[in-house]
Design a protein around this ligand. Sequence first.
Ligand SMILES: [Fe+2]
Ligand SMILES: [Fe+2]
Length: 353
Amino acid sequence: MRFELINNVKENEIIGRTIFDKNGRPLLKKGVKITSSYIQKLKDLGVLYIYLKDDRLNDIVVEDNELQSLKQDTMYCLSKVIRNIGAITQSHIKDCVNSVSEMIDYIMNMRDINKSLYEIKTHDNYTMLHSVDTGANTAFIGLALGFNKDMLNELVIGGTLHDIGKLKIPISIIDKKGPLTEDEYNEIKRHTIYGVEVLKGKHGIPKSALRTILEHHEKLDGTGYPYGMKDKEISINAKITSVCDVFDALTSDRSYRKKFNPTDAYELILSEAGRSFDERVVTAFKETFSIFPVGSCVRLSNGIEGYVIKQNQGFPDRPIIRILYDAESKQRLSNYYEIDLLDNTSIVITMIL
Ligand SMILES: [Fe+2]
Ligand SMILES: [Fe+2]
């Protein structure tokens, strides 16, 4: 399978990984041939990149079906909380907490190191996907920081529910096209406080999760909201959630903000270490997630171009690259070969193509 930015996708290519709509139903199924109207539709939905079938990369697995289905379960539980936001019951919370716990069990035992930050999102299902992806990604960072199961539970519950307060904000503001007025932006900022109001005192919601909800927009240097808290005042769980939240939000389609491509978003996170974000958290983020998704085409510092086929644990910028074309003639090689960047430390990836 090949990872391709939507702007580079051509007609007649084959979808490699099913794309879902807001209800979790397949929008374009794996195996479907792409037409120009499909490409336009995906662009309209804010899809940035998709996976395409590619015979030369048939052996690459980019899909983790088990994690996908655990995420779907969590999404389902979250949808019940959201639908009953005015009267959340004990069983809604219990279901949510249980499904988060199952997801963590799986993540803790995951051998596969293809921790993908690149989930395909359509604009319509943004809120739910954003919440669950952010929650799941906090688990990976927590693990890298040495969290145990109980700590991870509290972290991921907070990470998954971090934006729950947005449900108290009029949809006309959330979905507004174009820039927000100052009043509207101030209302958006209140989702941190509304979230705590909605869940405060509910049995099963850890206090630390309430802090995550309240503090996930605070920044180390005190320029965040709602309180302008500084480094030591902000909880570690909120700091982790903040990094995962910002990465996910930057790469998703939002009505009031211009989208970033994944490389720029990744760079932005790294550049904000020590200012917006905690340095230890950013280091863990960098060590955990690869900037180069499996299946993407990259150019190496020696001029050769190839496809990322496997990550090396702990070295996200040094994956294994499969070379399919001759660097000079651009002709397809009869026998492809691979370069492991962990063994060839003089070579670096210079760009995603
Ligand atoms: Fe938020
Ligand atoms: Fe968020």
